[in-house]
Design a protein around this ligand. Sequence first.
Ligand code: DOR
Ligand code: ZN
Length: 425
Amino acid sequence: MTSYLIKGVSVVGAAPTDLLIRDGVVAQTGAGLTAPDATVIDATGLVALPGLVDLHTHLREPGREDAETVESGSRAAALGGYTAVCAMANTSPVADTAGVVEQVWRLGREAGLVDVQPIGAVTVGLAGERLAELGAMADSAARVRIFSDDGHCVADPRLMRRALEYVKAFDGIIAQHAEEPRLTEGAQMHEGEVSTRLGLTGWPAVAEEAIIARDVLLAEHVGSRLHVCHVSTAGSVEVLRQAKARGVRVTAEVTPHHLLLTDDRAATYDPVYKVNPPLRTATDVAALRAALVEGVIDVVATDHAPHAVEDKECEWAYARPGMLGLETALSIALDVLGPEWDLIAERMSRVPARIAGLDGHGLDPAPGVPANLTLVDPAARRVVEPAELASRSRNTPYARMTLPGRIVATFLRGEPTVLDGKAVK
Ligand code: DOR
Ligand code: ZN
């Protein structure tokens, strides 16, 4: 196994130092290290972060390998600075059995570019009617701890309560896609001034807020862990703030796109901006940013949602919701938060690793720690070229935008998955 001596790197924004990576771990840190057998990486001007961890990735395998595979999504993740991703269950077949979650987990191991932690479905076939085999998925080789019907809301409160009760036994988490379906029938975009002007059916903020309010009460009643996916409204932030103040075991994520983009993009009728939950208003964006800084929102999660051209480049009403995220997330975070390295490490690595219980991830580079880390060039600027992305899909909302920051290298247990900004395999 090759050893790497990373020279002159700023670890999470601190003064430059050297890192020696040997046998899968950070063997030594400090200025002026030497190691004749090691490959030297000149990291002057670069920042080392603990490898990023994504709680919300759609890898599309099994079933839609034309849009993404575990391997192509893993490569996109590594290029984005990630060392671990949680793979959502809305595949075909749905990841609602031990067999399917084990398949995804095994494909992740074979690709070997990031750790792929499968999320299991809450209900059979995501149909919202019967609980899936949560215990069997937890006991499987994939050791599932997070369950989600993402793409769909677990709308039935009795089923949601049962699910929370079930996972309490092994301290599991129900990750909710908060959308009261009766309030979003036929919805095409955020309900507000822009939807009125465009004459498109709106998705009201209250459809999200009502479910979060209900679910924090259920989680409090049961004493279980709830995670709220892709929080998108200022009102949701207030519900979460109150719940956290009461000590409810709730965590929440926000996506890069909800931190940056607003609903007026829909006026272009370009379906690349169609996403669920929809892009909201500037007021919501400001509240989400503040909540992320404050910690009311715990993590940035990508909701990387690759879609094939025929599902995306069509009329707005027929287009699938969702946008790519893995290869641009860190740049968007830098754009939105500035070079707040400790905050970025916290919200994109340490906290998501802790929530998902991913041992060896989310740890700052220090002697003895598994070498899961990424090197960022904060001074670089890049133009996003969809054709150059590693994802099999092209539905990035940032096409041809100039974004700050570039991932130079990513290491998974001491092995580079990305070097010189390129995937190693
Ligand atoms: O925009 C979205 N796309 N939201 C979801 O909840 C699901 C996702 C997908 O699977 O494409
Ligand atoms: Zn969702």
